[in-house]
Write a protein that binds this ligand. Structure first.
Ligand code: LLP
Length: 415
């Protein structure tokens, strides 16, 4: 057995036991070297074109991580007024934020208009709404090209069966509504889905999208969306997303299109998971080991409120066991299901895993939890959302978000 975290020197000058002792568990632990490595990779996807990468902050909106993204030259995309607000707090200027909402109210639309943030509209109704609020405005339109992709039905965001985007066949209607309010369609965007390791579908989608772009005269940018994958099965040797080949093929496709169409626009992409997933893990404490009718369970404090992905999408997260500061790699193994402390039988983090027999007080390390981890946490069962710690490039650990407190649980009640 191998330990990814040991190979990466993930915990710098410290170790999971020391971190658990110092900050308590469950605990999100990020690694600055890995985060910055990924940020640099996405910032450099199209070096031969005018290009910006928008970090999709629904994956992770910790202010320290957002400031890092800003320093690494990333722009950001926001899904809600709250995300715009948080980005502003992190220091992102309005012109580095792209608002890509869905079904927002007039107030939520007006918020972006007042903040001077470019907005993507994803239905004819919302284009109408924008036109009423801001006639003559500059907008982007989210097209649904009719094909989608993703790791689970719930994360496919284009195609014939999803709520997102305006159907590409409605382009004439889009232009009609825009004309009615003198709106300038300066951008087109799409996002076909989340988590692909093979980029062929994505390139195919970009290819189709470029074709639609030719119907718009005032275009200043094209945004192809996010979705680059993370190798969640890395302990079994799953390869990384091949970003170098992706870059080469995308570059060729775009160069050819620019020559043919004579258009010179800014290209954008919106990766989220790829930027932060691998730079985040969760530490949990083993509080019980038991066998129920022949099935072995490891009872930890990493409940589904801390990481919902396995319960929501049957997602796989690799797990490692640490004892006395070191990964446990040798010894008798068995098939264990790692579970949390929430009152649901679906409260499962890792099902039927062949791991070295864990003991009470061991630390479970859940890998690849930096994306859609903390950002999807809840207080279900009145559990406290965890603290977040960063292992800095110099190996030191620093608290970057405090754990919730009991007072937080009653903060909104008049008691
Ligand atoms: N842009 C738009 C418009 C999106 O809707 C999304 C994700 C992204 C960019 C970023 O996609 P990424 O590069 O992270 O794949 N909670 C699910 C994923 C939901 C994705 C929603 N949209 C999960 O944990 O797998």
């Amino acid at each position: 057995m191998i330990s990814y975290t040991e190979q990466m020197n993930y915990f710098g000058n410290t170790n999971p036991d020391a971190l658990a002792e110092k900050y308590g568990t469950p605990l999100y632990v990020y690694n600055e070297n890995i985060l910055r490595r990924q940020m640099k990779r996405v910032a450099g996807v199209l070096p031969n074109h005018r290009f910006t990468a928008n970090f999709s902050i629904k994956t992770n909106s910790n202010l320290t991580i957002l400031k890092m993204a800003l320093e690494e030259g990333l722009n950001a995309d926001a899904m809600s007024p709250g995300e715009i607000y948080v980005l502003k707090k992190a220091g992102f200027p309005s012109d580095r934020i792209f608002y890509v909402p869905n079904n927002v109210s007039e107030e939520e639309m007006q918020y972006a208009i007042d903040e001077g943030v470019m907005t993507s509209l994803d239905s004819l109704s919302q284009i109408e709404m924008y036109g009423r609020l801001c006639p003559g405005g500059r907008i982007s339109v989210r097209l649904n090209p009719g094909v989608g992709a993703g790791h689970h039905e719930k994360v496919v965001t284009a195609g014939k069966k999803t709520k997102f985007g305006v159907a590409a066949q409605d382009i004439a209607k889009i232009q009609e509504v825009a004309k009615k309010y003198d709106l300038h369609i300066v951008g087109l965007n799409q996002h076909i889905g989340s988590l692909f390791m093979d980029y062929k579908n994505y390139l195919e989608a970009v290819h189709n999208f470029l074709h639609y772009a030719e119907d718009f005269d005032e275009l200043e940018f094209l945004d192809f969306g996010g979705g680059y994958g993370t190798p969640y099965h890395k302990l079994e040797g799953e390869a990384e997303f091949d970003i170098e080949s992706f870059k080469t093929e995308l570059d060729a496709l775009l160069t050819e299109w620019k020559e043919k169409s004579g258009k010179d626009v800014l290209f954008k992409m919106e990766p989220g998971r790829y930027v932060v997933a691998e730079g985040g893990v969760i530490l949990g404490r083993v509080h019980a080991v038991k066998e129920n009718y022949g099935h072995k369970y490891v009872g930890t404090d990493v409940g589904m409120n801390v990481l919902i992905r396995p319960a929501m999408y049957d997602s796989w997260h690799d797990v490692e066991i640490y004892r006395d500061g070191k990964p446990v790699l040798d010894g008798e193994t068995g098939e264990y299901t790692v579970v949390g402390n929430i009152c649901e039988s679906g409260d499962i983090i890792a099902k039927d895993r062949e791991i070295v027999a864990p003991k009470e007080k061991d630390i479970v390390v859940v890998l690849d939890a930096g994306a859609y981890g903390f950002s999807m946490c809840s207080n279900y069962n009145n559990r406290l959302r965890p603290a977040e710690v960063l292992i800095k490039s110099n190996g030191e650990d620093v608290l970057i978000r405090s754990r919730d407190t009991f007072e937080d649980l009653v903060r909104h009640f008049d008691v």
